[in-house]
Write a protein that binds this ligand. Structure first.
Ligand code: UDP
Length: 247
């Protein structure tokens, strides 16, 4: 039996996982091994008593903006992007349920046959019961992103933090994959992110988190054990809040 661990620092979180993470080493689509790995870390967090809501992106399958650039009407392209997030949500639901985690998918675009409609109070109740709620179809509106959807749901659920699980371990001064001199920030303010145009999340998501006073924690979800560490305030990550000094 493992020793009982101390209670997590964050008790209720919204975890945003971009579509890109789910494609693993592939160039496109869903890599089920990667989805399984992410599901395992979520299962551990739920077991530790953390309430977890998920927003999953769709960029591994379809991005509205890039298709609109090729001549498709932007709103239609964005609806296709939202449908892509539903596919990812179902893949994640399956991976979680397979390992015994109760889940509910709630879609911002009603799809009665495969998901519940988004109902805020019902989602809160699911979380209280220890179910992972996967929010699909973004905000349900074109011209938005799943980052904004994640910020919106984090505020609506009253989360302690918005965790952004990416393929790098925080926010860097430049792209660490391209620039060897890039340095990682431990802490930033919302204003730093906006004024320095750091590519963490879009401005609408950052502004909403600033208004709601919810910290954003950027960490690498591809590193084993990192979600657990991050939830306990340990490990490597960047925290974005109004207070650069707070722990
Ligand atoms: N999208 C949208 N409204 C939303 C969320 C998403 O129109 O509220 C569309 C948009 O076209 C976007 C696509 O869905 O490009 C996939 O989402 P996103 O690019 O945010 O996914 P990620 O980058 O996180 O994988």
């Amino acid at each position: 039996m493992p020793a009982a661990s101390s209670p997590p620092k964050y008790k209720k979180v919204l975890l945003k996982v971009s579509g890109e993470v789910l494609m693993g080493e592939q160039g496109y689509g869903i890599d089920m091994n990667t989805v399984d790995l992410v599901a395992q870390s979520i299962a551990k967090a739920v077991k530790d008593g953390t309430q977890i809501a998920l927003v999953i992106g769709g960029g591994n399958i379809f991005r509205g903006l890039s298709t609109a650039a090729k001549g498709m009407e932007r709103a239609s392209a964005d609806y296709m992007g939202m449908l892509a997030t539903v596919m990812n949500a179902l893949a994640m639901q399956n991976a979680l349920e397979k390992i015994g985690v109760d889940t509910r998918v709630q879609s911002a675009i009603p799809m009665a046959a495969i998901a519940e409609p988004y109902i805020r109070r019902r989602a809160v109740r699911h979380l209280e019961k220890g179910r992972v709620v996967i929010f699909a179809a973004g905000t349900g509106n074109p011209y938005f992103t799943t980052d904004t959807a994640a910020a919106l749901r984090a505020a609506e659920m009253g989360c302690d933090a918005l965790l952004k699980g990416t393929s790098v371990d925080g926010v860097y001064s430049a792209d660490p994959k391209k620039d060897k001199s890039a340095t990682r920030y431990d802490r930033l303010t919302y204003q730093d992110v906006l004024s320095q145009n750091l590519r963490v999340m879009d401005a609408a998501a950052i502004a909403l988190m600033r208004e709601s006073g919810i910290p954003i924690v950027v960490f690498s979800i591809r590193t084993e054990g990192s979600l657990h560490k991050t939830l306990n305030g340990k490990g490597v990550f960047t925290v974005i809040s109004d207070d650069k000094t707070a722990a």
